[in-house]
Design a binder for this molecule. Structure first.
Ligand SMILES: Nc1ncnc2c1ncn2[C@@H]1O[C@H](COP(=O)(O)OP(=O)(O)OP(=O)(O)O)[C@@H](O)[C@H]1O
Ligand SMILES: [Mg+2]
Length: 455
């Protein structure tokens, strides 16, 4: 054990309980405060990560007004503090109210030393992970400029950014593989902007969005009169990208017949417009992206292997947002700042419950989903802070549905922390167990219980 134990501030006016709690825990150093003034003094002096707060404090020992006032003061002073609220009668309403005001958890009196000890321990662990996330986010501040608009603090994503910068100037073709909303287009632009072709144009075409019979003309252009409706000669996207970069989005959706024609362009670097006779030389850099499994498509005969190798001289795999610990919160703050400037300037930031929800959400739609949710929340938010319900994350998460079901709430917290720790340690079991302060067998049990599969 390190010699300085983490500090737990207990705000409790009952002298008997004070004495009981003072020496109850070996793992924390317990600091006691009996009223608002001494509690806030202790908060400033000791900066405890976790606080337990009795809602019935003098001068309102039988109500909750003073307790809530203390909670509000703590949230204003140190919003990352994990406050665990204790209440006696009327527990149900006051617990809900406390969580809405930023408390982390609650328990119902009478006090059980062991139960409280567990809740407190988890609060410390969560706080440690969040602190680490913030530290990484701040440290990444300098790296952030790397690719213009790319925002990330996650080592996995910084690696991707560096790789893109390294290959930008080589005239190799780059294939970006990533789930939807992971930033494929942003990175494709990054390749262009970091290359010697930056002064040329960046031309993007989404091969999935254009009907098959129009795609050929879109890519290769056509001569006047080549088909009905071809009233004038039109350059295709390939030609328009001459001197710059052509981004073929959803390249897996190009039909086989057109794959042949694209391959010929990549081999010969010349095109013929539809209905045209002459070969036109085009010098362009190809970047492509897809969320599809091209290897499987090759095996199934729906994507040409030779085309794949032409397009994929460099393959970049983009991690999902869930694989970038800390990035969801970082990006959410970025989007909030951006959207609130335009749409709701009185917004100051996120409420603690919103940050916790963002951190705990799985983000199946990745950065695009995050961007959309934050945009909607900025429009919907009525006060100065965006809350979890503005993001529509409060109820959508089944585990959080019944915040008063302690067991479910704790399971949810467990899952979240395990997932985060696994991401942080790249799935290393021993390091994860150490980070969570549990033994390896316990971690294995939890993985099994929650059906979590590392990597
Ligand atoms: N790391 C990031 N930092 C800042 N903004 C980002 C980041 N990643 C993505 N974005 C923004 O999120 C949105 C979605 O990104 P983008 O369009 O590049 O993703 P995509 O993978 O092409 O998505 P889709 O599969 O839906 O086409 C864009 O508005 C983009 O600017
Ligand atoms: Mg895209």
């Amino acid at each position: 054990m390190p010699e300085s134990k983490p500090k737990l501030l207990v705000i409790e006016d009952d002298k008997g309980l004070q004495a009981q709690l003072k020496w109850a825990y070996d793992d924390f150093e317990v600091v006691i405060a009996g009223d608002r003034a001494s509690a806030l003094a202790a908060l400033r002096a000791d900066v405890p990560a976790v606080v337990t707060l009795d809602l019935g404090l003098p001068p309102d020992p039988d109500g909750t007004s003073e307790g809530f006032a203390v909670l509000d003061a703590i949230m204003a002073l140190k919003p990352d503090t994990k406050v665990i609220v204790a209440s006696g009668h009327g527990a149900h309403e006051s617990a809900l109210e406390a969580i809405a005001r930023g408390a982390y958890d609650f328990y119902r009196k009478p006090l059980e030393i062991d139960t409280l000890g567990l809740i407190v321990q988890r609060a410390f662990q969560l706080h440690a992970i969040e602190t680490e996330n913030r530290r990484l986010a701040e440290r990444a501040g300098e790296d952030r400029a790397v690719l213009g608009q790319l925002i990330t603090a996650a080592p996995e994503m910084l690696k991707v950014a560096r790789m893109i910068e390294r290959v930008a100037d080589a005239s190799v073709s780059v294939m970006l593989l990533g789930a939807s909303g992971t930033g494929k287009e942003l990175l494709a632009r990054g390749v262009h902007d970091s290359s010697a072709r930056a002064a040329g144009s960046f031309v993007a075409i989404n091969c999935a969005a254009i009907p098959e019979n129009l795609l050929e003309s879109e890519l290769f252009g056509h001569e006047k009169g080549a088909f009905t409706g071809a009233i004038k000669t039109t350059e295709g996207k390939i030609e328009l990208a001459a001197g710059g970069t052509l981004f073929l989005d959803e390249v897996g959706d190009i039909p086989l017949a057109l794959q042949v024609k694209l391959l010929r362009f990549l081999q010969e670097r010349t095109i013929e417009r539809i209905g045209g006779r002459k070969a036109i030389a085009v010098d362009t850099r190809i970047v492509c992206a897809t969320h599809q499994n091209l290897e499987a498509m090759i095996a199934a005969g729906t994507f040409r292997e030779d085309l794949f190798y032409r397009l994929a001289e460099i393959v970049v795999r983009i991690p999902t947002l869930a694989e970038r610990p800390g990035d969801a919160v970082l990006l959410a703050k970025h989007f909030l700042a951006r959207f609130s400037r335009e749409m709701n300037p009185k917004l100051k930031g996120f409420a603690p419950d919103a940050l916790a929800a963002i951190d705990g959400w799985g983000w199946p739609g990745n950065v695009r989903e995050l961007e959309n949710r934050v945009k909607r929340a900025v429009i919907m938010a009525e006060g100065k802070l965006v809350g979890a319900e503005d993001l529509d994350l409060a109820e959508s998460d089944a585990a959080e549905e019944d915040a008063l079901n302690l067991k479910a709430a704790r399971e949810h917290a467990d899952r979240r922390m395990i997932r985060q720790a696994l991401a942080r340690t790249q799935g290393n079991i021993s390091s994860t167990a150490k980070m969570l302060g549990i033994s390896r067998p316990t971690l294995y049990d939890l993985l099994k219980q929650y059906d979590i599969h590392p990597q």
